[in-house]
Design a protein around this ligand. Structure first.
Ligand code: M6R
Length: 578
């Protein structure tokens, strides 16, 4: 969470940094700020709001100079406001810092910095004063001394008005250095600078780097020089643009046929058959994992446990050598998933990451990594990453069971659903003012009910709950009324008659039912207020199809409610703090 960026070179730093933080904005967007250095003087602009809102008031590009740092924030300590926005400047006015992470011992450190006047409510501001306190002519040394006192997570970028260098450090929050010709870049991820260079050094925990326009020097936490590999990244800038779509989310939903085509050819590495599989993830990646449980158990008969990463890490899990731990993550940076992976490694389990972002921390730390082929996913609501995670899980089931699972017909079938967008828009128009929704499904489509509800709530702010249909009578059916519609996922599969019964029970209580049914099913509309059709497929492949109309329904409802679909309130794409 939070995006940090830095530039040192010969170009106008402010214009470049403005573009960088726009690209990083998906990481947090409640306030924004920038500092540049020109003629030995630090100049700063910042404010509350999204990058373009603040920029229209303060005009970031007017900041002078050819080096600077910038930040787009997702608030942890202190509410979103101008004074809590980064950068923070030391009391001497000479040092500016941007920070992503949480300093857990900031109150204790603040006590020891009583001679400094604090201007914000953030944990981050202590860094500016602490570095200032340790500074005696060498910025890198001051940063090394300061970070030795920190508990918590950080990626920081620091500048001093008397020194033409940027100093960065990380522990637990990502940081990438973009290596240019006569210029260098810093970003929370490569999207901050990929238009300028594809040569990247990924800093590791406890490392510190001093970055000048013609050099990058990296040190370990004790100040010993270390050499790091420069990687060349494969990133299509065009793929991270909206390409004429109103929102990234809509574009990403429409990319799914191609994502499935690309993902079908992913090679699954050789894996020993484990005793037990743990799938650990958060949010949508967790629902992909839950779908994977149904699938892997059906095909391999290996028991699979799916656990939220935030629960796994504090639960003293019974995981042993011989077990396979699978972390699923789009970003590869989710703090809880990363901590869970580290715990599983400590306990001796084999680890596998199913990750979208190349060279992300989880990708680098997992014993084996399988990269999904979703391409850059910018919308905060995950769509194409989910479908690519599912494809990998089908392929994993195929590999571990030795049974072929053909997905070749799926891309065209998804395209067929996307072609019914007009019908989905009509349904969205009928329901977009509703306050509560239920989503139900069984067996393979139970995780899809959870995912459909998550998509709706996170982008439209409508309260939505997903349930296993069989649970309705155990409580949730009390919620049913003509004001609470239910989305019922009811393709023609082995649990179809049970789904029909559930739908009848809802209808009998005046509930409206929006069903997702298999093409040609004439019975389902009798029990539904509205029906969306998906093409027929094999039972275990339905999740790849049933999720598509639910993504579009959520999208159109949110758009009709004039919500900021790509940047929903309170959320961020990459959850790098717990
Ligand atoms: O980057 P990750 O896949 O680890 O992210 C996990 C969740 O934060 C993410 O799926 C989140 O739930 C999305 N906003 C859902 O659309």
């Amino acid at each position: 969470m939070c995006g940090i960026a830095g530039y040192i070179g010969k170009k106008n730093a402010a214009e470049l940094l403005l573009k960088s933080i726009k690209n990083l904005e998906y990481r947090g967007y409640d306030s924004v700020g920038m500092v540049t250095l020109s003629e030995g003087k630090i100049s700063m602009k910042k404010g509350r709001g999204k990058v373009s809102e603040v920029d229209s008031k303060v005009d970031f590009s007017s900041l002078p100079g050819t080096m600077g740092i910038a930040h787009t924030r997702w608030a942890t300590h202190g509410k979103p406001s101008e004074r809590n926005a980064h950068p923070h400047i030391s009391a001497s006015g000479k040092i500016a810092i941007v920070h992503n992470g949480i300093i857990e011992n900031y109150l204790e450190l603040k006590e020891s910095l009583q001679e400094y006047e604090f201007k914000s409510e953030t944990d981050s501001e202590i860094l500016a004063h602490l570095i200032d306190k340790h500074y005696s002519g060498n910025l890198k040394d001051a940063v090394l001394k300061a970070i030795a006192q920190l508990n918590g997570t950080y990626a920081i970028c620091v500048m001093h008005q008397d020194s033409r260098e940027l100093v960065v450090a990380r522990n637990g929050s990502p940081l990438a250095l973009g290596i240019g010709e006569g210029e260098n870049f810093i970003g929370s991820d490569v999207s901050a600078f990929v238009e300028h260079t594809k040569k990247v050094i990924y800093l590791e925990d406890f490392q510190v780097a001093s970055i000048k326009e013609n050099s990058v020097e990296i040190y370990d936490g004790k100040g010993n020089p270390v050499s790091m590999e420069t990687k060349t990244i494969d990133w299509d800038v065009e793929k991270a643009q909206k390409q004429g779509y109103k929102h990234f989310m809509l574009k990403e939903i429409h990319e799914q046929p191609q994502v499935v085509r690309d993902s079908i050819s992913i090679e699954i590495p050789e894996l020993e058959k484990p005793r037990k599989i743990f799938i650990v993830a958060c949010g949508t990646a967790g629902y992909a994992g839950l779908t994977g449980k149904y699938l892997l158990e059906k095909y391999t008969r290996i028991p699979v446990e799916v656990v939220y990463a935030s629960e796994f890490r504090y639960s003293d899990p019974i995981i042993c050598p011989g077990d396979l731990f699978i972390a699923i993550s789009q970003s590869g940076e989710t703090a809880d998933t990363l901590a869970a992976l580290r715990l599983a490694k400590e306990k001796g389990a084999k680890t596998l990451g199913i990750i979208n972002v190349q060279e992300s921390t989880i990708a680098r730390e997992a014993g084996t990594v399988i990269y999904t082929r979703a391409g850059p996913e910018i919308g905060v609501a995950s769509t194409k990453a989910f479908i690519s995670q599912l494809v990998v899980l089908y392929k994993l089931a195929e590999k571990l069971s030795g049974t072929e699972i053909s997905l070749t017909s799926i891309p065209d079938k998804i395209q067929g659903i996307l072609n019914q967008e007009g019908k989905i828009q009509e349904i969205a128009k009928k329901y977009f003012r509703v306050y509560n929704f239920l989503y139900i499904g069984r067996n393979f489509n139970f995780p899809i009910a959870l995912e459909g509800a998550l998509k709706l709530k996170e982008i439209s702010y409508i309260h939505a709950e997903g349930y296993a249909s069989g649970e309705m009578k155990h409580g949730p059916i009390a919620l049913v009324s003509d004001e609470v519609p239910t989305v019922a996922i009811a393709p023609r599969d082995s649990v179809y008659p049970k789904m029909v019964s559930n739908m009848q029970e809802i209808k009998a209580r005046n509930g409206k039912v929006i069903s997702v049914a298999t093409e040609g099913d004439s019975e389902i509309p009798e029990h539904s207020t509205d029906t969306l059709y998906i093409p027929e497929t094999r039972e275990e492949l339905y999740p790849l199809l049933t999720v598509i109309p639910l993504q579009l329904l959520a999208y159109y409802i949110a758009d009709m409610r004039e919500c900021d679909v790509d940047k929903p309130r309170n959320l961020a794409k990459s959850v790098t703090v717990e």
